[in-house]
Design a binder for this molecule. Structure first.
Ligand SMILES: C[C@H](O)[C@H](O)[C@H]1CNC2=NC(N)=NC(=O)C2=N1
Length: 148
């Protein structure tokens, strides 16, 4: 079950969040395609394309913007599908960058010919499993590096 309430990063106010972020959510019935994760601290969705080439093209475009924004997704890829989660690790919660990147992804996906089926994202499938695992097993991102 998704959380009832979003949890915003301490550098992002609930008022800003309500305005810019609510329209991203599928649950709002305004054409948004993202789902709030259980903790309320992130949003996730699946993107599907005609084949690997389109999917990887999309991921490359997103990666370039990540470098610009200094903000990374938790994501996985299997063939024509990427499962993506936006959350801010530090300070934890949903931030303006998550909202900005989620919108960027929605728009970029359209230019790569996203194949979207209404109601097909109820279960995240393998992609979600993989993201859940890297989230837990990686964990060295966004942690200030110790000087050696
Ligand atoms: C120093 C650098 O800006 C930080 O480590 C950034 C990088 N990208 C990030 N990405 C995400 N998703 N969360 C963060 O807290 C974060 N922190």
């Amino acid at each position: 079950m998704a959380a009832a309430q979003p949890v915003f990063s301490s550098n992002y106010t609930a008022e800003e969040g309500a305005k810019e972020f609510t329209s991203l959510l599928k649950s709002e019935g305004q054409g948004g395609r993202w789902t709030l994760i259980e903790s309320g601290k992130g949003i996730e969705r699946r993107f599907r394309f005609k084949g690997f080439k389109k999917c990887w093209g999309f991921m490359g475009t997103v990666a370039q913007e990540c470098i610009v924004q200094k903000h990374h997704p938790e994501w996985s890829n299997v063939y024509n599908t990427t499962f993506m989660r936006w959350t801010t690790h530090s300070p934890p919660g949903l931030s303006a960058k998550d909202v900005l990147m989620a919108r960027f992804c929605d728009e970029a996906a359209a230019t790569f010919g996203e194949v979207y089926e209404e109601g097909s994202e109820e279960e995240g499938g393998l992609g979600k499993d993989l993201v859940d695992r890297v989230g837990v097993e990686a964990g060295d991102c966004c942690v200030p590096k110790e000087k050696r």
